[in-house]
Design a protein around this ligand. Structure first.
Ligand code: AMP
Length: 284
């Protein structure tokens, strides 16, 4: 497996590849969820390129950029084992050369709500780094996890609106056997905080049962039920809402004929660890 830290090396590797390329951008501290994206990429293209880069511009000043887990040797071994053709793990200087001025792609309808409201500037940083990585890697297809549902929607819109010739594929969320969505940040959890963090999955499962089994049509009833479960797990709820799966707009009613269903989205803190999770419900 090829690896490089510089854009020049990446470009010469990219030129040497014959056939199509799938791209899997990550921040490292890889787990089985990330690896599932590499496997998805292998089905969609001839080669898979993974990037491992903890992007400073998507972290707020009080967020966990400096203590974000960094496990490069293990990550490279996992990428190799999964069959990635190459890994790009650039330095900050390579990604953001000094004296460059900041360029922003904004999608106000999507990037100021939910995650964007609690993490101002987050999606500007995500769009900037993903656009740069797309230009560097020049993939045919890029795989993103539905775990970061709003991020996936933002990237889909950015790619569409800026006419980037890249197919964006959303992949299912991988979960531990107890239902906890896999996340690099789960390694911050103790057994006690992990049990509390399971409240997110339980709240989403209750939302699923209400909508898919009991035919609930009132979004406020579902949101109230999710909040009750989250509070009983002693997590600090930032949002627990039902939204339209495409626009992420508020809903007055859960429309049974909506083929894409509705998406339930949660962000909550367990002590200092911020967790997000979501489920698309009632999808046909
Ligand atoms: P990150 O390293 O957290 O930036 O994530 C890199 C990619 O992996 C993003 O597209 C995430 O949505 C995806 N991802 C993270 N966790 C999971 C998971 N549990 N299942 C599937 N994909 C995931």
């Amino acid at each position: 497996m090829w690896t490089a830290q510089t854009v020049a090396d990446l470009r010469s590797f990219r030129r040497s590849l014959k056939g199509t390329v799938a791209f899997v951008p990550t921040m490292g501290a890889l787990h089985t969820g990330h690896i599932s994206l590499i496997h998805a990429g292998k089905k969609l293209a001839d080669h898979v390129i993974v990037s491992i880069y903890v992007n400073p511009t998507q972290f707020g000043p009080k967020e966990d950029f400096t203590k974000y887990p960094r496990t490069l040797a293990d990550d490279l071994a996992m990428c190799k084992e999964a069959g990635a053709a190459g890994v790009f793990n650039p330095t900050n200087e390579e990604m953001y050369p000094p004296h460059g001025l900041e360029c922003r792609a904004l999608i106000p309808a999507l990037d100021t709500i939910l995650e964007g409201a609690f993490r101002p500037g987050h999606f500007a940083g995500v769009c900037r780094v993903v656009a740069k990585l797309f230009n560097m890697v020049q993939p045919d297809v890029a795989c993103f996890g539905r775990k970061d549902f709003q991020q996936l929607r933002v990237i889909e819109e950015m790619t569409h609106d800026l006419a980037m010739p890249i197919r964006i594929v959303g992949c299912p969320t991988l979960r531990d056997p107890d239902g906890m969505a896999m996340s690099s940040r789960n390694r911050y959890l103790t057994p006690e905080t992990r049990t509390r963090g399971l409240g997110l999955f339980k709240a989403l499962s209750e939302a699923r049962a209400m909508i898919e089994e009991r035919g609930e049509l009132d979004p406020h009833a579902v949101e109230a039920a999710m909040n009750m479960i989250l509070v009983s797990h002693k997590v600090d709820v930032q949002y627990a809402v039902l939204r339209h799966p495409h626009t992420l707009a508020k809903l007055d009613v859960i429309e049974p004929k909506l083929t894409g269903g509705v998406v339930a989205l949660i962000a909550a803190k367990v002590d200092e660890v911020r967790l997000i999770d979501n489920m698309v419900l009632g999808e046909r």
